[in-house]
Design a protein around this ligand. Sequence first.
Ligand code: MOS
Length: 736
Amino acid sequence: MKIIDTCGAPPPADGRVEAREKVTGSGKYAAEYPVEEVCYGVFAVSTLAAGKLKSVKVEKAKEAEGVIEILTHLNKPVVSGFSDETKIRESRLGLAVFHTDRIFFKGQPIALVVARTLEEATYAASLVEGEYEAGPFELDFDKARRKATLASTGREKGSPEAWSQAAATVEAEYTIAAEIHNPMEMHATIAHWVAADRLKLYDKNQGVNNVQRTVGRVFEIPAENIEVFSEFVGGGFGSGLRVWSNTLAAAMAAKMVKRPVKLMLTRPQMFMLTGYRPASWQKVKLGADREGRFLGGWHQAMNGTSTYEDFNEWITGVTRLIYHIPNLKTEGALVPLNLSTPTWMRGPGDCTGDFAIESAIDELSYVLNMDPVALRLKNTAIDKHPNNGLPWSTNYMNECIETGARMIGWEKRPSKPLQLLEGDWATGYGMAVGAWNAGRGYASAGIVMQKDGSVSVRTAMTDIGTGTGTGMRNIAHEVTGIPKNRITIELGHSSLPAAPSQGGSTGLSSVSGAVVAVSNDLKTRLAEYAAGINPAFQGLKADEVQLTDKGIALKTNPGAVVSYHQIWEKNDLKSLELEASSGPGEERQKFAFCSTSAHFAKLRVNRRTGRVKVEKYVCVADGGKIINAQAAANQMSGAVTGGIGMALMEEMLIDARVGGLIANDLAGYHFAVNADTPVIEVAFINKPDVNINPSGAKGLGEVGIIGVAAAITNAIYNATGKRLRDLPVTPDKIIA
Ligand code: MOS
C-alpha cells in the first residue's frame, strides 16, 4: 500500500500521455476543431416553465446582421426518428428538441439562431421571443414529493416485526439539493454533413460509440455513417453519458443551412440542458441489538425527475450492498418537476443513498454508545454480496476502514460532541464508507507496430481526465516490455476499436482486458515471425517472450533477440496491426464485484459563524490493482473535493414561484475548490482482483465521492452536537 500526497508530488518522468497537449493547448476539444465554412448556432430558450409554444417571433432576429437561418419547431426539417410520439419514446432521448410545441421547463430551446459569427448569433438569439400559452408548473420538490407513492425497489428480506423490539433504533429524514456537474469544458458540438447521410460530429461526450448509435437512431442512418471525435474531454462527471439537445440541434441546423454548424452551450444553459443530480428525500429506519448487530432496516427514497421523462437514481441500491441487514425493506418514488431530466452524476444513486445510511449509522452509534468504526466492522458484508448472495471476488472494506482510522488518528476522536473546544471553534472527527458494484463492459483495443518498434495502442473509449490513456499505456508496457516512451495512445474516435462509454467506474476495467489481450497477441504474432528467423522462438507463448525497443527476446535468454527490422524485411511488412476484444464472462455468475472506500474527516466548526474548515481528510480505497498510482490518487482527491462541495456548498437554487433557477452560473453555484480542502490523503489497498479482468483493476471514480458527505456531517456532529440531515450544510443551517 502506498500513501500518496497529491500536492507537491513531482511529476514522474513517464507522466500522463496527454499531458503535453493539455498543457500547451495543442490538444483539441470539441469546439476547437477548425472546420471550413463553419457557422455558429446559439439557442434561444423558453422563459416559461410550462405550457404551449403558440409561435416564435423571429422577424427581428432574422434582420440582424449575419443571420443565416433560424430553426424552430415550426420550420425544422423533420427528423425521422422524432416523426411521431411513439418514435420519440423509442428514441429514449426524452426531449425531442424542436419536435414539440410543449414547454416542459424554463430554459428549453425554442429556437436555434445560426449566423456567420458567434457574436452575431448570440445577439440575434436575444431578439427571439416565444409566444406562449402558460400552463401550471411545479418546481417545489418538497411539496411535490408528498403526492408521490412509494413502491418496492427490491426483494423484501425478513419482516418488519422481526426487529420491532430492537434495543436501539434510529429513524430520520434526509434531503439533498439538486446538484450540477459543471465540468470545465462546455458541452459543444460541431456538426458537419459530408454527404446527405454521412455526418461528422466533433462532440463533447463520454462515449463516441454511444453518440454514434444514438444520433444514428434519431436520424435513421447507419451508425457507421456517423464519425465522432471526442479526443480531449474537459471533464464530464456523467453529463457526457447522454446525447443532449445541443448535439441533435447542431446536426439539424447543419442539414438545414448545408454548412457545418458549431453549437456551444453557455454556462447558464448547461444548468438545464446537460442533466444534474436530482433533488432527493430519504427516510431511514435502522435497528440494532445491544451489541450493535443490525437487526433491520427500512429505507425510503424519492428523487426529482422531469415531466416528460422518468429518471430513477435508484437511491436505495447501496443499502443492499455494504452491510448485512437481515430484515430489510427498500422503497422508492419519482417526483416529476418542471425541470429538464436529471442524469447520472458522480457516484449516481449510491452517493445519495449512502449519505442517509451512513448518517443513520452514525446516529445509531451514539444511541448505542459505540465507536462508529467498531459498529461498522461488526456489520459489513465482506463475505458475500448481501443482496444476491454471491461470494465477493475481493472485498477489502474492513481493511479500508482500519487503515483510514489509523491514518486520521481516530483514537483521538472524542466519543461525545463538544469536547474539543477552542474559542468559537469546535473540532470533530467523522467517518463513513462507500461502495460501488464494480462493472465491466465489452471493449476492443488495437495495436499498431511500426518497423522502428514503436506502437500505437488504440480504442474508441474517451478519457475524460481520469487517466485511461495513461493506464492503457502502462498496461501495454507491463505486458509487452516495450518502453513507455515508444507507446502512443489513440482514443476518443468512433473509427477506433469499439468501446463502451467512460462512466460508472468501468472505463479501465472494461478496456484493460482488451489491451492485455492485444498486447499478448502482439507478442505471439512476433514470436511466430521470429521463429522464421531463429528457430528458438518456435511455438512460444506470450509470457515466454518480451519486447524491447529493438526486437523480440526470449525471457529465459534476453540475449537472443530477433530485431523488428529483420522481421519487417523478411516478411515485407509495412506495419503490424492487431485487434482484440474482451469482456465479462462466467466469472460474473460465480462472484460479486465491488470497489469500496472509507472516508475520514477531521474538521473545525466555528460555532458563531457556522464556517466549516476541513483540517484533515483521509480516503482509503480498494479498486483492485492500481495501474497508475498518481492518476488514481488524483481521481480520488478530486472526487473527495466534489464530495466536500456536495456536503457544504452545492445546490441548484430554484425559485418555485417563477419556475426557474436563481443562480445558473459559477458565481451563484458554489463548489469546493482547493482552498476549501486540506491536503487529501489517499491510500489504496492495491491488491489485484484476479477474477474481474486480466489487469486486476476494479475501477475507482465513484467510491471517491460515495461516503464523503456523511463523513463531513458526522464530523460536524462530533464537533458541535448538531445533527444536520439536509445537504448542503451551509453556515446558516449550522448556526440555526
Ligand atoms: Mo460518471 S456518473 O461515472 O460519469
